[in-house]
Design a protein around this ligand. Structure first.
Ligand code: RB5
Length: 155
């Protein structure tokens, strides 16, 4: 898969580890910045960049990282069509894919340890979206305007 990565300065070190990990697994990584851990930058810029890459189709999935993962997930979710999920462990990562078909995985570099973060990433990549949640995802798409179509499964 082609996976877009983005972080602010607080997430930079974890982003580098995630990039190496994904490359080792054979994925194509598109690193959208930040460029280093010492220059203070704004997480909305990178959350938006990752979200736009996924929605445009230039990436299949995104990974977005800031200090807590909170700010960058909020920002990514402002891009219509993005379902960004802040996860803290294997369980939340797995459910983010199974129940929410999340297309951007968000991590908090200051609150989640490296081993846990990479384990969550692996779990997210291994999980599959469950079709029984499709009508709920459609309602989210209507909320953000990324879909206006009627959902035939709703009555
Ligand atoms: C940056 O200091 C920090 O606020 C940011 O990385 C993130 O935690 C915000 O949600």
């Amino acid at each position: 898969m082609r996976i877009a990565l983005g972080s602010d300065h607080a997430g930079y070190d974890l982003k580098a580890l995630v990039a190496d990990h994904l490359s080792d697994l054979g994925h194509d990584v598109d690193d959208l910045g930040a460029a280093d851990a010492t220059t203070s930058v704004d997480y909305p810029d990178f959350g938006a960049a990752v979200g736009r890459a996924v929605v445009s189709g230039s990436a299949d999935l995104g990974v977005a990282i800031c200090g807590t993962g909170i700010g960058i997930s909020i920002a990514a979710n402002k891009v219509p069509g993005v379902r960004a999920a802040l996860v803290h462990d294997v369980t939340t990562a797995t459910l983010a894919k199974q129940h929410n078909d999340a297309n951007v995985l968000c991590l908090g570099a200051r609150v989640t340890g490296t081993v846990t973060a990479l384990g969550a990433l692996d779990a997210f990549l291994a999980a599959s979206a469950e079709s029984r949640h499709a009508a709920r995802l459609h309602k989210i798409a209507v909320l953000d305007g990324s879909s206006t179509a009627n959902n035939p499964s709703e009555d």
